[in-house]
Design a protein around this ligand. Sequence first.
Ligand code: SF4
Length: 364
Amino acid sequence: MKDKDLGILLDDILSGHRMTVAEAESLMKIKDRRMWDIAAAADEIRERRAGEVVTYVRNQNIHVTNICRNLCNFCAFGKPPSDSEAYLFNKESIKESARLAKKRNVTEICLLSGVHPDFDVESYENILRWILEEAPGVDIHTMSPDEISHAAKMSGISTKEVLERVISAGLGTLQGTGAEILVDDVRKVICPSKVSTAEWARIIKEAHSLGLKSTSTIMYGSVDTEKDRAEHLSVLREIQDETHGFTELVPLPYLHLNTRLYERGLAPAGATGRTDLLFFAVSRLFLDNFDNIQISWGKVGLKFTQLGLMAGGNDLGGTMFADEVSTDAGGKDSDFFNPEEMKRIAEDIGRTLSQRNTKYQLIG
Ligand code: SF4
């Protein structure tokens, strides 16, 4: 893309032009100093849509199990049941984690686990109830479309019935995880056992139609191209046009250590800083119906997180008292993000920090 063309395109976007997939693809490919122009335009849109407040949620992860039926090729966390490191929390361990979360004054408990091959809808209902018995009022943020699909198959009921039952059992918000790259040719390589793009979108829309809010995610930087990433954003934008059920986009760069994709020579050693920064910025410019772009500090580290806030990001995600998923794949700084440090990072770029709940209502 020529300099002049880029300037015209960014001016058009700032004036309300809805980007095409081809435009997003070409912006993500830029390799020189013009990336700062894209970041500056994204920062301007961030200012208009999300203001000067940097948000975070006080949350705790509970990794109920690392046993997973999918064993995705990009993941270092999921294990087969026979693995010597495989584990499954029992009822008392889950309750103990929930009590600890309550003591820490979290407003959200995030269950990030493997898709256990034996879990049916009742397994999820039980976990939700055990947590709410110990931490009433907390938003339990869990279950990807893939987990909903698996629970439906295991219980011989529809995905809608699973959603209705877990809502009744106390599910707060749905995880828009398992999206990875919503392009089936890429999914066949990185996560062949997961639901297809169409099924992921169908379940998310079904959840939104029942009143559930969800996050949306992308895991980029493995075997995917810029075009794949742009198409993924397009799927999300279309769903959001229809349901307005996404609370935010959470861009998740691929972390390569201990993953089969990297060990087999299929993927590079993770996304680069340029790729990360341009992805944050282009997603802000492309997703004109999203208010929030989260910078995942557990994946990119604290210093880079601050730069992400200057390239379209407005949210720091959670305090995350435990995050084994990132540490297993070599993520840095992925234990706990102290709100005092978040405040320093936000104020250092002239913004203010505010606590939010899972649905982005400010609470402090
Ligand atoms: S990404 Fe999720 S579904 Fe895939 S192997 Fe890891 S834990 Fe399992």
